[in-house]
Design a protein around this ligand. Structure first.
Ligand code: FE2
Length: 194
């Protein structure tokens, strides 16, 4: 094989299976010129990673229930659960990108999320609608409780951007979903009034 032929072949070959050291270790903060103290940024990154793990878990709980729902309200709940899944998915991206813009590193992979979330793990099997909804409401309440306390911490530390994200996106979004889902557990007659 001539030198020219070898060079042409090499140029077309993908340089795959490359390895190198990480450029930033998890838990290590990069300082960005955003006029925030290192303490404020690092507290927000830690809090946001917790709410990220719980939001990913709640998002996935909605998809599980979207697939596994059963019974006469199947169609409406199938659609509602998927709508809430999409909204939680948007939240996941908003929270994760905030972590990166603060100089931190987002949790991303399922195993790391599973280690971090405080939302109880559901069974692999299917459950009745009232149980599915109770699980969702419990998960929402966990997120809301932590997000409110994290929002106050961010405000006190001067991280208004994180405070706004937690209040405007996480808290308001979760409160609205709680309303929509809760109403399905109100025991009102379906056909004949009491
Ligand atoms: Fe679907």
């Amino acid at each position: 094989m001539s030198k020219n032929t070898t060079t042409a072949a090499d140029r077309a070959r993908p340089v795959d299976r490359q390895k190198a050291h990480e450029i930033q270790a998890f838990g290590h903060l990069i300082h960005l010129p955003n006029a925030l103290s290192q303490n404020a940024a690092s507290q927000s990154v830690e809090n946001l990673n917790q709410v990220l793990a719980d939001t990913i878990t709640l998002r996935d709980l909605y998809k599980k229930h979207h697939w596994q729902v059963a019974g006469p309200t199947f169609y409406q709940l199938h659609l509602l659960f998927d709508k809430h899944y999409e909204e939680q998915n948007d939240l996941v991206d908003t929270i994760a990108e905030r972590i990166q813009m603060l100089g931190g590193i987002t949790l991303a992979m399922a195993a790391d999320v599973a280690e971090t979330t405080i939302i109880p793990r559901p069974p692999k099997g299917r459950e009745e609608v009232p149980v599915q909804i109770s699980r969702l409401l419990h998960a929402h309440e966990i997120v809301l409780e932590e997000a409110r306390s994290m929002a106050r911490q961010a405000a006190e530390a001067g991280d208004d951007g994180t405070n706004d994200l937690l209040v405007s996106d996480v808290i308001r979004g979760n409160e609205k979903q709680v309303w929509f889902v809760s109403e399905h557990l109100v025991d009102v007659p379906l056909v004949k009034a009491d």
